[in-house]
Design a protein around this ligand. Structure first.
Ligand code: SME
Length: 163
């Protein structure tokens, strides 16, 4: 997809997350389908931030133990399956901790779906009953694109949408 900057959005990253979060929650009001909710989150966040080169969900596969399978995303072709414990996504799924990776080349076992990725954030997605249902993965083409502001904003947003 091509990115078209919206110049009416706040420049401050935290403020921009707050604005997009409100938009996402408004769009999803009354929509119970998880795939529709994931597709909307990926689309609206990818449209809001220039650093979102690849953004999407790896969903816990209910038919296969400890394996993630690709879900709704925006970007170039992503790998289809990732085992728990493998790469950044598998580590987030295994530990249930947000992974903030400033340089993907320095992360042991990083899975390069697209060689242009330089930094990455992966946030676990936990449902209302406390089950891990997916991880949300964002890749950027520059190093250290994501920081604690992204981690806090994404954890809050994903908690509201899927918790
Ligand atoms: N880099 C991820 C794999 C997913 S893609 O980048 C879309 C990882 O190491 O888990």
């Amino acid at each position: 997809m091509s990115y078209v900057a919206r110049d009416d959005r706040p420049a401050d990253k935290a403020a921009r997350y707050a604005e997009v979060e409100a938009e996402i929650l408004a769009v999803l009001d009354g929509e119970p389908n998880t795939t529709a909710r994931m597709a909307t989150v990926a689309s609206m966040l990818a449209d809001a931030f220039e650093d979102y080169f690849w953004a999407g969900f790896y969903v816990v596969d209910p038919t296969k133990a400890r394996e993630l399978v690709v879900g709704p995303y925006q970007g170039t072709l992503g790998c289809l399956r990732i085992a728990f414990g493998r790469g950044v996504c598998g580590t987030a799924a295994e530990t249930r901790q947000t992974q903030l990776v400033e340089d993907v080349h320095a992360f042991p076992g990083h899975i390069a779906c697209d060689g242009r990725s330089e930094s990455e954030i992966v946030v676990p997605v936990i449902d209302r009953s406390g089950e891990l249902i997916a991880v949300f993965d964002v890749d950027a083409t520059r190093k250290a694109a994501f920081d604690a502001t992204d981690a806090e904003a994404l954890e809050r947003l994903l908690g509201k949408v899927f918790g």
